[in-house]
Design a protein around this ligand. Sequence first.
Ligand code: S6P
Ligand code: ZN
Length: 188
Amino acid sequence: MLEHFKKLSYAYNSYTGELDNGLVVERRLSQLKGCFANESAYDQALANEDSLLYKVTAIEPAHGEGDLHYGMGILYPGKIGNEYYLTKGHLHRTRQAAEIYIGLSGDGCMLLEDEQTGESRLEYLGKNKIVYVPGYTAHRTINIGTEPLTYFGVYPANAGHDYGAIAQRNFLKILVDENGQPTLKDRR
Ligand code: S6P
Ligand code: ZN
């Protein structure tokens, strides 16, 4: 098996979210249409600037069953209206595939939503914190701080991403700043 892997160790930076040799994907505000609850605040922010919200660097060697993929994310601080910057969020194409997130720097949360029951959970994600995302669970990362939130994620190579299913019905809960406190509310 070793011969299939060109490289087995990578340098990373906890503060910039950089991971050597990975494939970098950037997500700007215009790519998150429909994610934020306050549509007029979204339109206004976008008219002002198509800001960079987050970057993900992925390493996906995918040589076969049992393999792992992994990646590093950096989600910048900010808000649309009173809703914190967030990632698009997804389910895994292979629904049973779980994932581990490890917080590296900054202050954030993971919003988890059971696809079948709609049950939501909010878990803190920051330095020295690990979050386990079970299978069949839509997951989204949210920056509740004033610094960039960086994290490392590892998932089965066959997990895949399904953005469509959750985009269509949307997460049931939103996380907003209410008097300086992150507060989970129904989307309505
Ligand atoms: C991949 C893993 C993360 C996300 C990243 C960005 O399974 O969950 O690396 O890709 O947090 O979020 P999203 O929803 O835009 O892929
Ligand atoms: Zn995932």
